[in-house]
Design a protein around this ligand. Structure first.
Ligand code: HEM
Length: 514
């Protein structure tokens, strides 16, 4: 009897979906038909950004529509469409896939909307700036983390290691510095566990998991249907609890002084001002604080760490470019008679080739996918490029397509830093279509910090080490050695670092891998 009812329900739902009125005048659809329930999800493949890019060329349109489950998604495949949409406040709401809605409850920064998002985004930007984002004194913290990593690498004596954990730990510590006013050593197990959980979330969470289409599947006791849901939820809860514990500790140690010491102090101060003013609709509460901190923590660690892991791959694949960067650094240091042990932000303008290489690493790494925090939602029905966009549609900017678009970046598959240099190779020129941090009001609030981290990490690593992959040389290939989940990230690999100042080495010779 139960089977008959189930079968009849499924048939009725399929008929309903088939005859349901479709919105009119949408952008063209992909060459593949939408399936009932699943939409186009089953055809998106392992790397949705690439499939969507292909669909756009097949339909000869830079704007297409498709369905993730039952959800209408408009895909924007070129810079001018993304600019037109993302500079318009109507598109400033965030897509709310079930898995994120369930954990963030519309609070924090990344998944908040409307007035709440606007207030806390402004607060976050002002506070990050106050505590050093993009300013020179933050560089001491970043350089300290890099030096700790160098010490650990040097102890390995060229043994191949997976650098991911060390990078993520150091980058999390930088966020902890201005969020909680403290850092954690590499031996502090509880913090290391949280860092590992963040990394894992990025591989587990994905827009196309079945749970996002059928949230009820989370109650099904079959792992293959539930997907990674349980693990993802468990990780999120642990990360939240860790942030909560630190906030609680912090509250107890509030020194009551005039000056805030960090993000939490600043937030609690605002909460107390609102309380005194009897502001009943204040959103400066504990849940908002813990969620914002978690968002910064999650948004600010794996992203930069993944970009750095891509950087090593591109340098290993392009030893001539690595050597050019090293020569530029060596020559500059010699000519300017620099005595400091570490390269600093003030050295940046004198290293144009290195700067261009970092831009090219980000262009080719293309870490922002359609998942996670990048899809937007429009608050009102509107039109774009002459097509109708119904209210609450998900808007996906395909940054991958933008960065491999030969109209903006000729010969896009080639790793070529000179595309970002002026004709005389003396200054850096950015193309407007270069948007790894997105554009508009919802663009990445951590851009200044990330740029500082990328410059200080990459320049100091390149100056100090040559690196190679002793056992995976044949596997490591930037065109295939990656996975797409919340970010587009290389698979794990083991890398060996050889100190260029080590007397036992021919210091500028990059070893040939076995
Ligand atoms: C290489 C490093 C990074 C890249 C490529 C990157 C990229 C992005 C992109 C593409 C978005 C989505 C923007 C949009 O919706 O239009 C975003 C959002 C966000 N990023 Fe980053 N990011 C990086 C580093 C950071 C850092 C260091 C932080 C923390 C300080 C951070 C915090 C956030 C947050 C909180 C959001 C959500 C903002 C909102 O919804 O208002 N990111 N990022």
């Amino acid at each position: 009897m139960f089977t008959v009812i189930l079968f009849a329900t499924v048939i009725a739902a399929v008929i309903y979906l088939f005859f349901k009125e479709k919105p009119k005048n949408l952008p063209p659809g992909p060459p593949t038909a939408a399936l009932p329930f699943f939409g186009h999800l089953l055809s998106l493949g392992k790397h949705p950004q690439e499939t969507l890019s292909k669909w756009c060329s097949q339909t000869q349109s830079d704007i297409i529509h498709c369905y993730f489950g039952q959800k209408l998604v408009i895909v924007l495949n070129n810079y001018s469409l993304i600019k037109e949409a993302f500079l318009d406040d109507n598109y400033s709401a965030r897509a709310q896939p079930f898995i994120f809605e369930e954990h963030f409850h519309g609070k924090g920064l990344t998944y908040a909307d409307g007035e709440r998002w606007s207030i806390h985004r402004k607060f976050a930007m002002a506070t990050l700036k106050k505590f050093g984002m993009g300013k020179v004194f933050l560089q001491e913290t970043i350089l300290g983390e890099i030096q700790d990593i160098f010490a650990i690498i040097d102890k390995q004596k060229q043994k191949a290691i997976n650098i991911k954990g060390l990078l993520t730990h150091g980058l999390s510590n930088i966020i902890c510095g201005f969020a909680f006013g403290e850092r954690f050593s590499h031996d502090y197990v509880e913090f290391q566990d949280v860092v590992n959980l963040i990394e894992e979330c990025f591989t587990l969470g994905s827009h196309d998991s079945w749970i996002t289409i059928f949230p009820l599947l989370r109650f099904v006791p079959i792992q293959s249907m539930r997907g990674n849901y349980k693990q993802f939820s468990k990780n999120f809860k642990k990360i939240f609890n860790f942030a909560k514990k630190l906030v609680e500790n912090h509250k107890q140690n509030l020194d009551g002084g005039e000056e805030s010491r960090d993000y939490i102090d600043e937030f609690l101060r605002q909460a107390s001002i609102d309380k005194k003013a009897n502001k009943l609709d204040s959103t400066f509460d504990m849940d908002q604080l813990v969620t914002s901190i978690t968002n910064l923590f999650i948004g600010g660690t794996e992203t930069t760490s993944t970009t750095l892991r891509w950087a090593f791959i591109f340098m290993i694949e392009n030893p001539d470019i690595l050597q050019k960067c090293q020569s530029e650094i060596d020559e500059y240091i010699e000519s300017a008679n620099i005595s400091t042990e570490m390269i600093q932000m003030t050295d940046k303008p004198f290293l144009p080739y290195l700067q261009a290489t970092i831009l090219e690493i980000q262009r080719c790494a293309n870490i922002a996918t359609l998942g996670g925090s990048t899809m937007h939602r429009n608050l009102q029905a509107t039109t774009l490029a002459g097509y109708n966009i119904p209210k609450d549609t998900y808007i996906a900017a395909n940054f991958y397509s933008v960065h491999v678009d030969g109209r903006s970046f000729p010969d896009p598959d080639k790793f070529d830093p000179t595309r970002f240099l002026s004709e005389d190779f003396k200054s850096v020129q950015r193309h407007p279509a270069y948007i790894p941090f997105s554009i508009g009001k919802k663009s990445c609030p951590g851009e200044a910090l990330a740029n500082m981290e990328l410059f200080l990490f990459i320049s100091n690593f390149i100056r100090r080490y040559n690196f190679y992959v002793p056992n995976q040389k044949s596997q490591i290939n930037s065109k295939s050695f990656y996975t797409t989940s919340l970010t587009r990230a290389p698979y794990d690999y083991q890398i060996s670092f050889i100190n260029r100042n080590d007397n036992n080495n021919n210091n500028n010779k990059i070893p040939v891998a076995a």
